[in-house]
Design a binder for this molecule. Sequence first.
Ligand code: NAP
Length: 241
Amino acid sequence: MTGGSRGIGAATARAAAAAGWSVALTYRDDEAAAADVVTGIEAAGGTARAVRADVSVEDDVLAAFAAAEGLGPVTGLVANAGIVGERARVDELTAERVQRMLAVNVLGTVLCCREAVRRMSTRHGGSGGSVVLLSSAASRLGSPGEYVDYAASKGAVDTLGVGLAREVADEGVRVNVVRPGIIETEIHASGGQPDRVARVGPTVPMGRAGLPEEVAAAVLWLLGNDAAYCTGSLLDVAGGR
Ligand code: NAP
């Protein structure tokens, strides 16, 4: 579980632990938030470990998977870590910003998928597993005037999910993609729009933003055996948006 310290990742880590998974969750900076998630899971009788890892750094990803293996064979991956940028048009973007966006959202996701497949695929001696990628409704909407680079990075995640799913479908590994809409997390403030949920939430067809737990429920379903015949699916969790 990447990016398990806050937001959707933290909710998913809690839900996964409650469903019986031993959870290795990564964080980039917020050690205290990650520790809180672990403490909460343990207090509820679950098993979790927090690992500092920047998903855009290959050595960090390798170390995170090594730490996860300390909890047992890796049979699930939720590739959730992701960033947005400040509100900007494409004609205002800097190369540095786009490189960072793609490094975290795309390269990081690909690296985690690679390591997961190396451990889960029957081709590599594994016993199978399940991968869920966090994309965004932005990949459909394009996020004009806001962050088209972010939307494009999530378009890459969608395509990665579909392609990888077909690549490993007969190797015991399922790969699916969840595309949240506007969800109540700190990601909006990190992109300089702390009022985004209050502003955009009421414009969603369901009239409100979603909760991290509502995304986590969809992730958990795809991760587990109830979704045994789902692979290459893109599941929108976006209140009709
Ligand atoms: P969030 O509240 O900002 O939390 C982001 C999480 O990712 C944190 O745990 C953070 O760790 C971690 N992270 C950030 N950069 C990282 C890096 N380079 N390496 C490793 N971990 C990193 O975000 P969120 O809203 O829960 O979003 C989670 C995912 O859902 C993202 O992929 C996002 O694009 C997607 N999504 C969110 C929304 C929404 O409305 N919230 C909508 C659509 C899609 P630290 O705590 O250490 O910083």
